[in-house]
Design a protein around this ligand. Structure first.
Ligand SMILES: [Fe+2]
Ligand SMILES: [Fe+2]
Length: 196
């Protein structure tokens, strides 16, 4: 595996570690009980993703404690996202902090989703023994990352619509339709008016 492939795995590990902190803070911001429950589930899945990435490191003989410049950037972004939610909790608790948290989860999950999409592509391009752990890990995680991103995007949009005083669909259509692709999310978004 080349250096950039290793870098992707280090960034993926750091994203999952930061993701745990992001969800712990986001859950404190959540007002809607279904959203809180959803994020609780995503938190547990994120902790499981950490274990899955660490298994990949084991199989490939990589040192999970090694620092890389890219990994440090990912950690900095994660910490900044947590700090943004802490700010909101202090200065604008309640529904305003919930809106901030939904946007923060979307930011964090955009990176998480990209990492796993790339790990999937990498697994397809590699051959033999190196590909297997990546393929297995990707198979376990992929669908969950789609939910983390697309469903939270839906929550973020609908919570904003509600805050603006317009009729919102809660939980969002992405959740009701169990969206797992970008096309599915666009379709769910388009059909939200029918659900009102
Ligand atoms: Fe994840
Ligand atoms: Fe995720």
């Amino acid at each position: 595996m080349n250096k950039q492939a290793e870098e992707l795995l280090y960034q993926a590990l750091e994203t999952e570690l930061g993701g745990e902190q992001v969800y712990q803070t986001a859950i404190r911001c959540a007002q809607n009980s279904e959203l809180k429950e959803e994020w609780q589930k995503y938190l547990e899945e994120t902790q499981n993703h950490q274990r899955i990435v660490l298994q990949v490191f084991d199989s490939l003989g990589l040192d999970a404690n090694r620092e890389t410049p890219g990994r440090q950037v990912v950690r900095h972004l994660g910490e900044s996202i947590v700090k943004a939610m802490e700010m909101a909790l202090q200065s604008a608790p309640g529904e305003s902090a919930e809106l901030v948290a939904a946007e923060c989860v979307v930011l964090a999950e955009t990176k998480d989703h990209l990492n796993w999409e790339l790990i999937g592509e990498l697994a397809k391009s590699l051959k033999g023994e190196e590909a297997r752990p990546l393929k297995e890990a990707h198979g376990e995680v992929e669908d969950q990352e789609d939910e983390h991103l697309y469903h939270t995007m839906g929550w973020s949009r609908e919570l904003w619509i509600q805050a603006l005083g317009m009729p919102a669909v809660l939980p969002p259509p992405e959740e009701a339709k169990e969206v797992k692709t970008a096309i599915g999310a666009a379709r769910a978004h388009q059909s939200w008016k029918d659900m009102l």
